[in-house]
Ligand binder design. Sequence first.
Ligand SMILES: O=P(O)(O)OC[C@H]1O[C@H](OP(=O)(O)OP(=O)(O)O)[C@H](O)[C@@H]1O
Length: 185
Amino acid sequence: MKTYKINIAGMERALPLCAINDDLYIGAFIIVGDPSLSEHCARELLKIAPEFDYVLTAETKGIPLVHEMARQRGDAKYIVARKSKKLYMVDPFFVEVQSITTAARQKLYLDQLDVETMKGKKVLIVDDVISTGKSLEALEELAERCGANVVGKMAILAEGEAADRDDILFLEKLPLFNAEGEPIS
Ligand SMILES: O=P(O)(O)OC[C@H]1O[C@H](OP(=O)(O)OP(=O)(O)O)[C@H](O)[C@@H]1O
């Protein structure tokens, strides 16, 4: 399998190129199971993060990153929008989302305890990768419905056209690829 070598603020990884369709490949950025990577990226993102009360992310790959950001700051809590409804959630609500890497539509759930926690607070939205921006949009909608004040949106990598956005903070650009493994954006 072809790989794309990326340097993320001084840490190198080889990302396997995976087909979205015959003509479009992505570099799979797998932060889950790589604690030294999440520790490093959390530290680098905190250096450029605006002031915030809580971080909000989406299950799954955002979790190790925000966990590490919260741990490094000594935060008592961070908020995770879950992709399925759990029995212990209090009066949960959801928004729908479709990301670049997951074919099926997904749901992001928050419960009322999270709503109360974020209401009127400075919330920083964080994900591992922003690509089409649909996941970020869904998280913004959740934060809005909580009455939170979104102070920033950030990711480790901005993929494809996301790298041209001026409303997000990120550490590195990640191109999209053709079937030959050549960058196309
Ligand atoms: O900007 P977008 O096109 O929305 O893509 C980015 C999202 O896609 C990936 O998650 P994925 O849907 O693969 O889910 P996972 O983290 O549960 O694996 C990634 O972790 C972001 O959350």
